[in-house]
Design a protein around this ligand. Structure first.
Ligand code: ATP
Ligand code: MG
Length: 562
């Protein structure tokens, strides 16, 4: 028993350990986290990791998570992104408690700034940003105090108010914290708190022309919302000192910041800026291109929320940057789809089979039946029409097969899935020698489910009835990039795009049950892969995306340097 408990404790990630400690010591009665996207792009797999982490923790430790749009930068944010972010979080299966916008706190943040000025802890600087940067010093040399650093509190209050009132043009003044220009942490050398930006804001309109910097908005917003554990990625480690300093000096709710490693995935890029380039330069078909690592792209490709959550659980979180193998994500997708996908037969590259001994009665069709999903005990069934002329896959026939070719060949027998055993008698060719038809006989006693033929065959093929088949277009997606970490390669990451990452098959032949395909259903095309209906489907044309292959047909390239 003791060992079992130990094992469980060991499997806690470092954040769970911290939270359990905080709850045990009574520091908090319950926990609050937030997911703080900047609405300047669509969410990607990295965000999904952060969502699963933030919402997962409050689910496990019964607290709640807020959604907070970090919209402090007026020029980039758009409502389109706000909507897509909400849709993506819900689709992933999470519900936030409160929806907030950092811009809702602009009044409070302004008051906090005034408080700092009154405490002699902030001042208005007339130097421009370049000069301020030049005077910051270096990690080994201290910076230089601004000549405006020792302004009186009254002068600072008045100047700051005039900044707010729009009396100064962009870039002429800033508000800076008064900390220490020789601090070992460069971010503590009188960091900027406010800048002037005469820009329209998507929510506050033209009310403000001064905007708080990230460091002066984030921790304060956390505090206003009484966030207990503010989780962010490792690049914010140096910001933590300033985060704590501001909270301490303002004497507000003590939120704490914790950092974990960004999620990177192999064979893709995961920065909104780079993804935006792919979209605007038309390397992909929009943010929801099924090759994009965006949540909307993965959704269109047919990934399920369950599989993405499973992936996040399996990888866990790290304290050091690393690249996760996208193969693991694909594995999780395959695992889930195997459980839920409806099985359908689709022939990609047909050759016609004529059953010479099959008699069709006029106006009558023989209906066979098959399980929609053999992995599901309570599986529903579908009807599959059978007839004299069928399509099978061209590659499932060989005229001169090698040993151990268990598919169709002259004189050889195979089973047609959920139907009969057939035997190939004759190969019909045109004048060029190309095979046009395979003449076969079927064994009437061998029908699946009631096979009394006593014939044993090793191969089972998928097929469709020629006259009942419907057609569809398939889009076969592969990884968008040829190299594992395109951002780390020489030159432009876009040089490493795989031009063959989308292969379209214009016409395939499918069993008629697929006519009723729905967007929220997943399909396994037998022996072919997992597919989902694409939004480009219309009355006259069905389009399916390949979500993932059935097995891992992909092998890692030998890595550089051995
Ligand atoms: P990008 O660099 O792609 O623009 P970002 O960090 O600027 O990403 P935000 O919208 O600011 O994007 O991020 C919202 C939240 O998601 C933040 O808490 C951020 O730390 C987290 N996040 C973003 N990218 C990743 C990632 N690759 N792995 C884990 N968490 C991430
Ligand atoms: Mg950002």
């Amino acid at each position: 028993m003791a060992e079992e408990i130990k094992k469980e404790e060991k499997s806690l990630n470092f954040l769970e350990e911290i939270i359990e400690e905080d709850l045990k010591s009574g520091k908090y009665k319950s926990i609050v986290t937030r997911f703080p996207p900047e609405p300047n792009g669509y969410l990607h797999m990295g965000h999904a990791t952060s969502i699963c982490l933030n919402f997962g923790l409050t689910k496990k430790y019964s607290g709640y998570t807020n959604l907070r749009f970090d919209d402090t930068n007026p020029s980039t944010e758009e409502t389109e992104y706000v909507d897509s972010i909400k849709e993506d979080i819900k689709w992933l299966g999470f519900q936030w408690k409160n929806e907030h916008y950092a811009s809702d706190y602009f009044d409070e943040l302004y008051e906090y700034a005034v408080t700092l000025i009154k405490k002699g802890l902030a001042y208005v600087d007339d130097l421009n940003a370049d000069v301020i940067a030049a005077m910051k010093g270096s990690p080994t040399e201290p910076g230089t105090n601004s000549p405006f650093r020792d302004r009186s509190i009254d002068e600072n209050l008045s100047l700051f108010e005039r900044m707010k009132n729009g009396e100064f043009p962009d870039g002429t003044h800033t508000l800076r914290a008064k900390i220490d220009m020789a601090h070992t942490n460069m971010l503590m050398r009188d960091p900027l708190l406010y800048r002037i930006k005469h820009a329209h804001h998507h929510r506050t309109g033209d009310k403000w022309c001064i905007y708080p910097m990230y460091d002066f908005a984030h921790g304060q917003s956390d505090s206003i919302e009484q966030v207990t554990h503010s989780i962010c990625t490792l690049e914010f480690v140096p910001h933590r000192e300033l985060y704590d300093w501001l909270i301490e000096k303002l004497e507000i709710f003590p939120s704490r910041q914790y950092e974990f490693a960004r999620r990177n995935l192999s064979y893709t890029v995961m920065s909104k800026r780079k993804l935006l380039q792919l979209v605007t330069e038309k390397h992909v078909d929009g943010w929801d291109d099924p090759r994009m690592p965006t949540i909307t792209g993965m959704r269109r490709r047919g990934y399920t929320p369950e599989s993405i959550r499973d992936f996040c659980d399996r990888v866990g979180i790290a304290k050091r940057d690393n690249v996760t193998d996208v193969g693991l994500l694909e594995f999780c997708v395959r695992e889930h789809l195997n459980k839920i996908a409806l099985r359908r037969m689709v022939v990609f590259d047909p050759v016609k089979v004529v059953l010479t001994n099959y008699n069709e009665l006029p106006g009558q069709t023989e209906m066979l039946t098959s399980e929609d999903n053999p992995e599901d005990e309570k599986s529903s069934h579908r009807d599959i029409p059978f007839s004299k002329e069928l399509y099978i896959e061209r590659e499932d026939f060989m005229e001169n097969p090698p040993k151990k070719f268990f598919r169709l060949a002259p004189g050889q027998m195979v089973r047609l899935k959920s139907a009969y055993i057939i035997k190939c008698d004759d190969v019909i060719k045109d004048e060029t020698g190309a095979i046009t038809e395979l003449h076969c006989t079927y064994i009437p006693e061998s029908v699946s489910g009631n096979d009394v033929s006593d014939i044993k065959v090793k191969g089972t093929l998928h097929w469709v009835s020629v006259k009942h088949a419907i057609t569809a277009e398939l889009r076969m997606y592969d990884r968008l990039f040829k190299t594992e970490d395109p951002s780390k390669e020489e030159g432009d990451f876009k040089d490493y795009i795989d031009p063959d990452s989308l292969q379209t098959i214009k016409t395939v032949y499918a069993e008629p049950a697929l006519k009723k395909a729905k967007f929220d259903e997943r399909y396994q095309f037998l022996r072919k892969g997992y597919f989902t209906l694409d939004k480009d489907t219309s009355e006259s044309r069905m389009v399916f995306n390949r979500t993932v292959t059935l097995k891992d047909s992909w092998k890692p390239q030998p890595s550089k340097g051995g």
